[in-house]
Design a protein around this ligand. Structure first.
Ligand code: KG4
Ligand code: ZN
Length: 346
């Protein structure tokens, strides 16, 4: 955040514009260096339902269409302008390459026009850093569970990052993906997590026993077996009966995901000795997930719903700790796809 004015007035509030385009939400936010959110704009594309998943090329094209207006709305919502910014931040990865490129190219252009520093942010650091936002920031140390459509991660967070110790992750599907795939089998749209939660409200979570993988030792998650179990259960029930028992199937399936998460979190709390837990990612919006985490009896922090799902305020929050590149060092900055980060020299 090196800016000429910094030496003059260290108390001056600095303003960060952040962009997030790693998947299908086009997001921009203005946040101060104190973590106060001045605006947080999220434009959900809502065009991927018919394909049953996000189509990268379509997402990318929509980001291109939307990003200009989304940035304008974030700036005007914060009653600020590009000339008043101190830093631009952007999600560099992991995510869909074509989608990330729109955010990174836009961020470079905006930052370079005013010779501002640019902070490249890791999407998951963003989810973790949602906890650091005002009001009432949740300060390290804590155990962090991020459960979204793309990731399921347990981390020991001892400072603000960007580095933290990942102690568990999914071996196959992400928790949100498990919700989405289950929802699809139950005839719900994409993404189906919230719809499955609604359907499950009328169902009995004890109706069917679905696997939680609790016999698998360790802190990693696996949802592939659960997904297959639902598929077979639906097939065995037959079309008519499965239709009649949809709510019970949804409630039982949701229970298995919730328990699968809770079992690992409980183990991780025990192993790390941490007594505080932060839960983020889209799945943190799920009522039964929140309830179950609350039942663990540790100090629990769940950011507001719009800060749990993908957003740019969390990217700005992470940018405060991620380190920024000075103009023009970021002009050749590249993105990284899911799983590629390890290959990059940092
Ligand atoms: O964090 P997010 O917005 O995007 C990714 O980074 O993936 O998470 C989206 C995921 C989707 O899989 C969606 O189905 C799930 O979060 N989700 C939910 C709920 N709301 C969103 N899952 C269960 N219950 C919900 N209420
Ligand atoms: Zn996410």
């Amino acid at each position: 955040m090196a800016h000429d004015g910094d030496r003059v007035d260290p108390e001056r509030v600095r303003v960060i514009l952040a962009l997030e385009t790693s998947c299908d939400d086009t997001c921009a936010a203005v946040v101060t260096n104190r973590g106060e959110i001045r605006s947080n704009v999220i434009s959900s594309q809502g065009v991927h339902d018919r394909y049953g998943g996000v189509v990268p090329e379509i997402a990318s094209r929509h980001h291109l269409d939307l990003i200009g207006d989304v940035v304008d709305e974030a700036l005007s919502g914060a009653a600020t302008s590009l000339a008043d910014l101190d830093m631009v931040a952007v999600t560099r990865g992991p995510g869909l390459v074509a989608a990330l490129l729109v955010g990174v190219a836009t961020a470079k252009g905006l930052a370079a026009a005013y010779e501002l520093p640019l902070a490249p942010v890791d999407h998951l650091h963003g989810h973790v850093a949602a906890a650091f936002l005002a009001p009432g920031p949740f300060e390290p140390p804590f155990l962090s569970l991020i459960a979204s459509g793309g990731h399921t991660q347990l981390a020991r967070v001892t400072d603000h990052g960007p580095d933290y110790e990942v102690i568990g992750q999914t071996l196959d599907d992400a928790a949100g993906e498990a919700f989405d795939k289950g929802a699809r089998m139950l005839g719900l749209g994409y993404p189906g997590g919230a719809a499955l939660e609604r359907l499950a409200r009328d169902g009995d979570p004890d109706a069917y026993a679905f696997p939680t993988g609790q016999r698998v030792d360790g802190l990693d998650f696996s949802f592939a077996g659960l997904k297959t179990a639902l598929l077979y259960r639906i097939r065995d029930l037959g079309e008519e009966e499965a239709e009649r028992r949809r709510a019970d199937l949804a409630a039982s399936y949701q229970r298995a995901i919730v328990e699968s998460l809770a079992i690992r979190v409980e183990r991780a709390l025990l192993r790390t000795g941490l007594g505080r837990l932060s839960v983020g990612g889209g799945v943190a919006a799920n009522g039964p997930v929140r309830e179950r985490m609350r039942s663990l009896g540790v100090e629990l922090h769940v950011p507001a719903r719009e800060l749990c799902t993908d957003n740019a305020a969390m990217i700005a929050s992470a940018a405060r700790f991620a380190g920024a590149l000075s103009y023009p060092d970021y002009l050749d900055l590249d993105v990284y796809a899911t799983g590629e980060r390890a290959l990059l020299a940092r």
